[in-house]
Design a protein around this ligand. Structure first.
Ligand SMILES: NC(=O)c1ccc[n+]([C@@H]2O[C@H](COP(=O)([O-])OP(=O)(O)OC[C@H]3O[C@@H](n4cnc5c(N)ncnc54)[C@H](O)[C@@H]3O)[C@@H](O)[C@H]2O)c1
Length: 328
């Protein structure tokens, strides 16, 4: 069976959930039922066909460890749903720090901050590691705000000749200049900013769509009547995310209606359930010799794709792509 060889950048909570998931769904027992998977197979690829062959981080508690062990090192704190993770053989290598380590983290509680090693790898060493490991897709899981670092690793992916899945809210796939760089090398790219399986994005879109279809909300609201955004980081919540969603409208006869929803969900498995499909779609593009932005996959799996579609349209498009009925 053919494998999908990935290089992970940032071995944090999301990477932990992804690597745990690859092992979890490898089983043929209860896990073999596929609950929690959006696709059991994509093309002929199953989650267990994804192999981590290279990884980069900057934290001294992770660098030097096999990825299967580094994912459980602090400050990672996401839920452990698969305790038995096989050794990958990929040792986490030191990366280049850039803005992945913001100054406000210095001196903080080690259980909540990164502890960077001083000696960084060189760009040449990172590209050599990518080539030597025969990685074919780089999966970006840097911390939010890592603009320079993301551009650095994306340029390493380009120089190593590998595809790029950008899970973080820095514009690469949705930046025409970067998108063209990948297209010029015929390398697939998916992004930006991965969605969650059952997250605040899909939930609020579904509710708003319901209002729209029932004529409860016909027009876009005034800006002062909308608020979307994070409120705070709450340390004791660890990787748990809580979202409050309120949607207000009017039904028949101008009579008001309100929906209040509270979502509580472990953040990292929620996005890893999407990443495991995004990576397999990227591999299909490699197999088919398709490069540049994969628009259907970007629209379905990412919050900020270059071409935004409704969730229904994006779902249809990505299914067509998987069946080979559309190019990108
Ligand atoms: N959890 C979700 O549902 C979700 C959804 C959308 C996007 N994301 C994005 O995924 C990204 C990763 O999230 P997370 O929870 O795993 O973060 P995290 O803080 O747990 O992990 C980030 C990792 O990156 C490492 N790192 C920092 N700078 C680095 C550098 N220069 N080179 C290599 N490694 C470096 C850190 O040491 C850490 O291990 C974030 O940008 C987040 O916004 C997550």
């Amino acid at each position: 069976m053919r494998k999908i060889r990935i290089a992970i950048v940032g071995v944090g909570n999301c990477a932990s959930s992804l690597v745990q998931g690859i092992n979890f769904y490898r089983g043929t027992g209860a896990n073999g039922t596929g609950i929690g998977l959006m696709h059991r197979e994509i093309g002929s690829y199953r989650p267990g066909d994804i192999e981590v062959v290279a990884a980069f981080d900057i934290d001294r508690r992770k660098v030097g460890l096999d990825v299967s062990r580094a994912i459980f090192a602090p400050p990672n704190c996401t839920k452990v749903f698969c305790e038995k993770v096989n050794l990958t053989g990929a040792i986490v290598k030191m990366g280049c720090v850039f803005d992945g380590y913001p100054p406000h983290m210095a001196g903080g509680d080690p259980l909540r901050t990164f502890l960077p090693l001083e000696k960084e790898s060189t760009r040449e060493q990172i590209i050599a590691e990518l080539k030597d490991s025969c990685a074919e897709i780089m999966v970006n899981y840097l911390p939010v705000g890592s603009e320079e670092a993301t551009r650095f690793y994306a340029s390493c992916a380009l120089d190593a000749g590998i595809a790029f899945v950008n899970n973080i809210p820095v514009f690469i796939a949705s930046d025409p200049v970067w998108a063209k760089r990948f297209a010029d090398k015929n390398l697939p790219i998916i992004g930006d900013d991965i969605k969650a399986q059952v997250g605040a994005t899909i939930l609020h879109r579904t509710l708003v769509d319901l209002f729209r279809k029932q004529s409860v909300m016909g027009e876009r609201l005034a800006d002062e009547n909308m608020h979307v955004g994070p409120s705070d980081y709450v340390p004791w919540q660890l990787d748990n995310k809580i979202a409050f969603i309120r949607v207000e409208g009017k039904i028949f006869g101008d009579v008001p209606v309100k929906i209040d929803v509270k979502l509580r969900v472990e953040d990292s498995p929620n996005s890893a359930g999407v990443a495991i499909d995004s990576i397999r779609c990227c591999k299909l593009a490699l197999d088919r010799g398709i490069g540049g932005v994969l628009h259907s996959a970007s629209a379905y799996f990412s919050k900020h794709p270059p071409v935004q579609m409704t969730d229904d349209e994006a779902h249809r498009a990505v299914e067509q792509f998987i069946r080979g009925e559309r190019d990108c």
